[in-house]
Each structure stands twice: as C-alpha cells, then as structure tokens.
Design a binder for this molecule. Structure first.
Ligand code: SF4
Ligand code: SF4
Length: 204
C-alpha cells in the first residue's frame, strides 16, 4: 500500500505520458490502411451468393404450363404458415373445345399466396416441392410500406413467359409421350431465344 501511494505521488511515467495515448489508437491506425468493406447500399447493389435465399418463383415448363400441381406440400412444410394454396382440376376439354389446363399434372394451383410478413426464407418449402415448381431467386428487396403488398399472389410469383412459351391454359405440347414431356423433349414451337429443353426459372 505504501509503495502504491509513493507511485501515485510521483505522477505518470514517461511511457504512460507518451506511448500509451498513441498505443490506444493502434487499432484505428491499422484499420485506416485496410481495404474498405462497407457496401454503399442502396446506391450500389452487389450480387448475392449464388444460393442466397430470396423471393420465391413458381416455374414453368418450356411450353408455358405451370409446374405447380397444387399439392400443398410446400404449405404443409412451412414452419411459419406463410403459404396458402388452393388446388383445382385441370380440364383438357371443357366441352366447348377449349382447354382449362394450366399445369402438366392432374391439378394446378388455382390460388397461390406467400405471406412475406411471415416467411423467414428458410427454404423448407422448396425442398418439399415434388415438381421443382417452387424455387427461390436471389431477389432480396422485399420491404414495403403496407402489409397487403407483402402477401404475394400467384401472378407476382410466376416466372415470366420466355420465347416459345404459350400463356396457359392450353394442352400439353407433348413430344412422343408423357415421359418425353417430362424429359423436356417437346413438340412445342421452337423458341426464338431460349432452348426448348431448358426448364424455366432459376433459383436455388
Ligand atoms: S421459405 Fe420457409 S418460411 Fe418462407 S414460405 Fe418457405 S418454408 Fe415458409
Ligand atoms: S409449389 Fe410445389 S409443393 Fe407447393 S403446391 Fe405447387 S407443386 Fe405442390
């Protein structure tokens, strides 16, 4: 105790006066010369990781039919209860010669909604989907100023029609048989841009 009292009576040492204040800025000085990692969002938008979980997409077959068969497995898999699906029967001949076929299965998703107020972008729904109808894009700008806009309807989620695709409803534009259809060997009109054998839609 007496030794401590002596030291404080002597005041700070030369090291404490000169070196310690400089050493305190050591981290600051070192960091000043490092590459800046701050992202200037939203002025500059950098690409995400390739498998980033962003907004969902409902994909199409290359003839334009929807891949979703309205089975609701995605809704059952969702831990946040964010998906609502109502299925309906496809009808090849509605009686007046017209077709009410929207997907390549027996049924299609007549109503399809994802509530992004609930969704935690976990990806369990896309794992559950048996037809790869549902995938996730890299789009992450999902903020809005009202709740209603964050419930995405089927029309918001459907992949756009690529060249060579026809807007459903229409018959399956089959190759030789059903298997050829699902392998992507179509008798559809040759697309002008994308390859006919490439399934529509990206995502993880
Ligand atoms: S990503 Fe997860 S939380 Fe979002 S809809 Fe799919 S299962 Fe539900
Ligand atoms: S998105 Fe997939 S899992 Fe969900 S209803 Fe459609 S086919 Fe079924």
């Amino acid at each position: 105790m007496a030794e401590q009292a002596d030291k404080s009576a002597q005041g700070p040492t030369l090291k404490e006066q000169l070196w310690d204040p400089v050493a305190g800025f050591g981290v600051t000085f070192r960091t000043m010369f490092r590459k800046v990692v701050t992202e200037q969002y939203p002025k500059e938008k950098l690409p995400t990781a390739p498998r980033f979980h962003g907004r969902h997409q409902l994909n199409r077959w290359p003839d334009g039919l929807e891949k979703c068969i309205g089975c609701e497995l995605c809704a059952w898999a969702c831990p946040a209860d964010a998906i609502y699906v109502e299925g309906a029967e496809n009808i090849d001949d509605a009686g007046d010669g017209t077709s009410a076929r929207f997907s390549a299965g027996e049924r299609y998703g007549r109503v399809y909604q994802i509530n992004y107020l609930r969704c935690i972008l976990c990806g369990l729904c896309i794992e559950a989907c048996p037809t790869r109808a549902l995938t996730m894009t890299n789009e992450y700008e999902l903020a809005d100023d009202n709740r209603a806009n964050l419930i995405y309807e089927k029309s918001d989620l459907l992949a756009p029609l690529l060249p060579g695709m026809e807007q459903p409803p229409h018959a399956m534009l089959l190759g030789e048989d059903d298997q050829a259809y699902y392998r992507g060997e179509f008798a559809a009109p040759a697309p002008t841009g994308a390859s006919a054998s490439q399934p529509a839609g990206g995502g993880a």
